[in-house]
Design a protein around this ligand. Structure first.
Ligand code: ACO
Length: 324
């Protein structure tokens, strides 16, 4: 029986830093409002790089760090809600950019849960025995999806990419998972609507920009995501004490605080970096993971147990407990 393990991590963010004070020069907001409500101090905003270029930088790092050749890759999955285009996919562009000629590649769209859903899928690909090595990346240039005249959303998001290399292992590393969707509550978070447009259709007035009912999403995270994590811990027999770290989607520091209390996991075990990058949707968990490996907090030696969790548009939410 084949198992999968995360053997390398990497992240890449655009150079340009935009602070809360920078934003207050172009819209009616303040560092005080943004940091007290969200914990975010600054974010990276792409000047000229597309989503596939950020993802390609991650893929190149993963290959270099592991000493792998691009031809060894069996698959590339990119989780994104801000692709360069619907076709070709961002993953197909990455495949071409790095010369992974033997890899099939596709995008997976599940908003801020995209990386978690993709990693779960990739693990099953390897577990099937049919594939041995693949890359899973979360990559976003959300700055192009935002309505920059809407201070309620524009201040929250940032651009970036993170990813992992998955390989076969003799031991089980993916201990438990819970993946969920509730499409009936999709109205509270929307982006990228493409309306009907043909000689036979009525025209649509929908705006393509990100819209969010912040309060509804906040409550959803505290209620549904927290209960689902609690249930996952109960059903898997893994307790909060067994976890070394929890890497939650980086949307808001207050969500982390409340979630820690609700689930009953020590707050110190929740890693956070939204202060530096804002909410990068599908990229947030892999950027946090890769940065934690870079800082030596996570060792990638199979000795730590971490919970990875994403939640957002769809509505979608999902968690994986991984021996890493
Ligand atoms: N600067 C200054 N004032 C602002 C800003 C801003 N950027 N944005 C809103 N305000 C004002 C509002 O206009 C409102 O003013 P009013 O009372 O005079 O009308 C006031 O601040 C309060 O607005 P609320 O929306 O009620 O603020 P709230 O305290 O709920 O915080 C926030 C908003 C930060 C968005 C919060 O609801 C939140 O974090 N929600 C969760 C978002 C989230 O987790 N998203 C992640 C999942 S989605 C994804 O990742 C794609």
């Amino acid at each position: 029986m084949a198992f999968a393990k995360i053997s390398q991590t990497a992240y890449y963010v655009p150079e340009q830093i935009v602070t809360n004070d920078d934003l207050s020069k172009i819209m009616d907001t303040s560092d005080e409002w943004i940091s007290s409500r969200t914990g975010i101090k600054e974010r990276r905003i792409s000047r000229n790089q597309e989503t596939s270029e950020l993802a390609t930088e991650v893929a190149k790092q993963l290959l270099a760090k592991s000493g792998s050749q691009p031809e060894e890759l069996d698959f590339i999955i990119v989780a994104t809600i801000s692709p360069d285009s619907m076709m070709p996919t961002t993953a197909a562009r990455v495949q071409a950019n790095i010369g992974a000629t033997n890899a099939f590649a596709y995008d997976l769209t599940a908003a801020c849960s995209g990386f978690i859903f993709s990693l779960s899928t990739a693990e099953k690909l390897i577990k099937s025995g049919a594939y041995q090595k693949g890359i899973v990346i979360g990559a976003e240039v959300l700055s192009k999806t935002l309505d920059w005249s809407d201070r309620r959303t524009a201040v929250l998001f940032g651009d970036g990419a993170g990813g992992v290399l998955l390989e076969t292992s003799e031991k089980e590393h993916f201990l438990a998972e819970s993946l969920n969707t509730d499409g009936s509550r999709s109205d509270s978070l929307r982006s990228g609507k493409s309306g009907l447009n043909s000689p036979y259709s009525e025209s649509s007035e929908d705006a393509p920009f990100m819209t969010m009912d912040g309060r509804a999403i906040f409550d959803f995270a505290i209620r549904d995501v927290a209960s689902s994590i609690k249930e996952l811990l109960e059903t898997s027999g893994i307790s909060g004490d067994d976890l070394d770290y929890t890497l939650l989607h980086q949307a808001n520091i207050r969500i982390l605080d409340k979630m820690a209390k609700k689930i009953g996991i020590e707050r110190d075990k929740f890693l956070a970096n939204m202060m530096s990058y804002g909410n990068t949707s599908a990229a947030s968990v892999p950027i946090l993971l890769a940065e934690s490996v870079e800082n030596g907090i996570i060792r990638l030696d199979g000795s730590q147990t971490v919970l990875l969790s994403g939640f957002g548009g769809g509505l979608t939410w999902g968690s994986l407990i991984v021996k890493i």
